[in-house]
Design a protein around this ligand. Structure first.
Ligand code: DQA
Length: 147
Protein backbone atom coordinates (compact mmCIF):
# COMPACT_ATOMS: atom_id res chain seq x y z
CA UNK A 1 0.00 0.00 0.00
CA UNK A 2 1.31 3.40 -1.03
CA UNK A 3 0.11 6.59 0.68
CA UNK A 4 0.83 10.19 -0.32
CA UNK A 5 1.38 12.60 2.58
CA UNK A 6 0.58 16.04 1.23
CA UNK A 7 1.13 19.39 2.94
CA UNK A 8 -0.26 22.69 1.73
CA UNK A 9 0.88 26.31 2.00
CA UNK A 10 3.06 27.60 4.84
CA UNK A 11 3.61 24.15 6.32
CA UNK A 12 7.25 24.39 5.21
CA UNK A 13 7.52 26.95 8.03
CA UNK A 14 6.56 24.46 10.75
CA UNK A 15 8.73 24.88 13.82
CA UNK A 16 9.11 28.64 13.37
CA UNK A 17 5.58 29.56 12.34
CA UNK A 18 3.32 30.58 15.28
CA UNK A 19 4.76 27.87 17.58
CA UNK A 20 2.07 28.62 20.18
CA UNK A 21 -0.47 27.31 17.64
CA UNK A 22 1.48 24.76 15.61
CA UNK A 23 4.22 23.61 18.01
CA UNK A 24 7.99 23.38 17.59
CA UNK A 25 8.26 20.30 15.40
CA UNK A 26 9.48 20.86 11.84
CA UNK A 27 8.09 19.30 8.69
CA UNK A 28 11.11 17.03 8.66
CA UNK A 29 10.21 15.84 12.19
CA UNK A 30 6.67 15.10 10.99
CA UNK A 31 8.07 13.17 8.06
CA UNK A 32 10.37 11.09 10.29
CA UNK A 33 7.52 10.32 12.67
CA UNK A 34 5.31 9.17 9.81
CA UNK A 35 8.07 7.12 8.19
CA UNK A 36 8.56 5.24 11.49
CA UNK A 37 4.83 4.56 11.73
CA UNK A 38 4.67 3.53 8.05
CA UNK A 39 7.28 0.81 8.56
CA UNK A 40 5.36 -0.41 11.61
CA UNK A 41 2.17 -0.56 9.50
CA UNK A 42 3.95 -2.03 6.48
CA UNK A 43 3.01 0.75 4.07
CA UNK A 44 5.04 2.99 1.76
CA UNK A 45 4.88 6.79 1.96
CA UNK A 46 5.65 9.61 -0.46
CA UNK A 47 5.86 13.12 0.99
CA UNK A 48 5.22 16.42 -0.75
CA UNK A 49 4.76 20.02 0.36
CA UNK A 50 3.60 22.79 -1.97
CA UNK A 51 2.72 26.42 -1.38
CA UNK A 52 0.65 26.74 -4.52
CA UNK A 53 -2.81 25.43 -5.24
CA UNK A 54 -1.82 24.37 -8.78
CA UNK A 55 1.19 22.44 -7.48
CA UNK A 56 -1.01 20.56 -5.02
CA UNK A 57 -3.55 19.78 -7.74
CA UNK A 58 -0.78 18.49 -10.04
CA UNK A 59 0.55 16.26 -7.26
CA UNK A 60 -2.92 14.85 -6.60
CA UNK A 61 -3.37 14.12 -10.32
CA UNK A 62 0.05 12.43 -10.42
CA UNK A 63 -0.95 10.19 -7.51
CA UNK A 64 -3.81 8.70 -9.53
CA UNK A 65 -3.00 5.04 -10.17
CA UNK A 66 0.22 5.39 -8.14
CA UNK A 67 -1.09 5.87 -4.60
CA UNK A 68 -3.92 4.21 -2.71
CA UNK A 69 -4.83 7.26 -0.65
CA UNK A 70 -3.73 10.62 0.69
CA UNK A 71 -3.11 12.07 4.16
CA UNK A 72 -3.64 15.75 3.44
CA UNK A 73 -3.10 18.92 5.43
CA UNK A 74 -4.41 21.53 2.97
CA UNK A 75 -3.46 24.46 5.23
CA UNK A 76 -5.38 27.65 4.41
CA UNK A 77 -6.75 26.13 1.18
CA UNK A 78 -8.96 23.95 3.38
CA UNK A 79 -11.28 26.88 3.78
CA UNK A 80 -11.24 28.27 0.24
CA UNK A 81 -10.38 25.78 -2.47
CA UNK A 82 -13.12 24.44 -4.72
CA UNK A 83 -10.34 23.41 -7.15
CA UNK A 84 -8.63 21.14 -4.60
CA UNK A 85 -11.93 19.54 -3.69
CA UNK A 86 -12.61 18.95 -7.38
CA UNK A 87 -9.13 17.40 -7.81
CA UNK A 88 -9.76 14.99 -4.95
CA UNK A 89 -13.27 14.12 -6.11
CA UNK A 90 -12.13 13.89 -9.72
CA UNK A 91 -9.32 11.43 -9.02
CA UNK A 92 -11.43 9.44 -6.58
CA UNK A 93 -8.44 9.14 -4.23
CA UNK A 94 -9.57 8.40 -0.68
CA UNK A 95 -8.07 10.97 1.70
CA UNK A 96 -8.03 12.00 5.33
CA UNK A 97 -7.92 15.72 6.08
CA UNK A 98 -5.57 16.51 8.96
CA UNK A 99 -4.84 19.69 10.90
CA UNK A 100 -2.28 20.30 13.60
CA UNK A 101 -4.55 22.79 15.36
CA UNK A 102 -8.20 22.39 16.30
CA UNK A 103 -9.60 24.50 13.47
CA UNK A 104 -13.08 24.38 15.04
CA UNK A 105 -11.84 26.18 18.16
CA UNK A 106 -10.21 29.01 16.15
CA UNK A 107 -11.50 31.89 14.02
CA UNK A 108 -14.93 31.29 12.42
CA UNK A 109 -13.43 31.31 8.89
CA UNK A 110 -11.48 28.16 9.84
CA UNK A 111 -14.60 26.25 10.92
CA UNK A 112 -15.63 25.56 7.34
CA UNK A 113 -13.76 22.99 5.25
CA UNK A 114 -14.60 22.67 1.56
CA UNK A 115 -12.73 19.35 1.48
CA UNK A 116 -14.09 17.51 4.55
CA UNK A 117 -17.43 16.58 2.92
CA UNK A 118 -15.58 14.45 0.34
CA UNK A 119 -12.96 13.07 2.78
CA UNK A 120 -12.97 9.68 4.49
CA UNK A 121 -12.55 11.64 7.72
CA UNK A 122 -10.91 14.58 9.45
CA UNK A 123 -8.45 14.71 12.37
CA UNK A 124 -7.71 18.07 13.97
CA UNK A 125 -6.11 19.41 17.13
CA UNK A 126 -3.51 16.78 18.05
CA UNK A 127 -0.40 18.36 16.57
CA UNK A 128 1.79 15.79 14.83
CA UNK A 129 -0.50 13.05 16.16
CA UNK A 130 -3.22 14.33 13.81
CA UNK A 131 -1.03 12.98 11.01
CA UNK A 132 -0.29 9.65 12.72
CA UNK A 133 -3.95 9.13 13.63
CA UNK A 134 -4.94 10.09 10.09
CA UNK A 135 -2.47 7.62 8.61
CA UNK A 136 -3.62 4.80 10.90
CA UNK A 137 -7.27 5.53 10.11
CA UNK A 138 -6.72 5.69 6.36
CA UNK A 139 -4.66 2.47 6.24
CA UNK A 140 -7.31 0.62 8.26
CA UNK A 141 -10.09 2.05 6.05
CA UNK A 142 -8.26 0.92 2.89
CA UNK A 143 -7.47 -2.53 4.31
CA UNK A 144 -11.12 -3.12 5.15
CA UNK A 145 -11.98 -2.37 1.52
CA UNK A 146 -9.21 -4.31 -0.22
CA UNK A 147 -10.25 -7.73 -1.58
C1 DQA B 1 -3.87 24.17 9.51
C2 DQA B 1 -5.09 25.02 9.89
C3 DQA B 1 -5.41 26.02 8.78
O1 DQA B 1 -6.53 26.81 9.15
C4 DQA B 1 -4.22 26.95 8.57
O2 DQA B 1 -4.49 27.85 7.51
C5 DQA B 1 -2.96 26.20 8.35
C6 DQA B 1 -2.68 25.03 9.18
C7 DQA B 1 -3.45 23.22 10.66
O3 DQA B 1 -2.71 22.29 10.40
O4 DQA B 1 -3.85 23.43 11.82
O5 DQA B 1 -2.14 26.58 7.52
O6 DQA B 1 -4.19 23.37 8.39
Amino acid sequence: MHILVLHGPNLNLLGVREPQVYGRLTLDDVRQRLDALASELGVRLSHHQDNSEGGLIDRIHAAMGQCDGVVFNPGGYTHTSVALRDALSGTGLPFVEVHLSNVHAREPFRHKSLLAPVAVGQVAGFGVESYTLGLRGLVEWLRQRSP
